[in-house]
Design a binder for this molecule. Structure first.
Ligand code: AMP
Ligand code: ZN
Length: 112
């Protein structure tokens, strides 16, 4: 999608602090970290949110979780939280599917 921040980051058109990349997925540090470790996992394909996942595009979502498992292992993280905000009132501010991975501090439940 031409006017999407995360599409531009995945394409290298806007700089980011990259953690991992493959053909399908891009991983980078959040610009406003909410934990000592806070990175975002995004599909390179534009999907708006969890609410737009279908049988046709869900394979990349499974791949995102394989990447989360690999990257957290590589970083030595055993305890972490994965969050995806879907919709503005749930806290979504960038409308390109992303999974927050947060670690390095105690997490509270329920989230605010
Ligand atoms: P959400 O509010 O769940 O849609 O998450 C969007 C996340 O993107 C927020 O945590 C922002 O801090 C983060 N963010 C926004 N712009 C950038 C950027 N240019 N580079 C890295 N992270 C960003
Ligand atoms: Zn996008």
């Amino acid at each position: 999608m031409s006017d999407c921040l995360f599409c531009k980051i995945a394409a290298g058109e806007i700089p980011s602090n990259k953690v991992y990349e493959d053909e399908q997925v891009y991983v980078f540090h959040d610009i406003d970290p909410q934990a000592p470790t806070h990175f975002l996992v995004i599909p390179k394909a534009h999907i708006v949110s969890c609410g737009a996942i279908t049988a046709e595009n869900s394979a990349v979502v499974a791949h995102c979780f394989e990447v989360i498992s690999k990257v957290t292992k590589d970083l030595g993280l055993t305890d972490f939280r994965v969050v995806s905000n879907c919709g503005a009132s749930a806290g979504q501010s960038v409308f390109h599917l992303h999974f927050h991975v947060l670690a390095g501090r105690d997490m509270t439940w329920p989230p605010g």
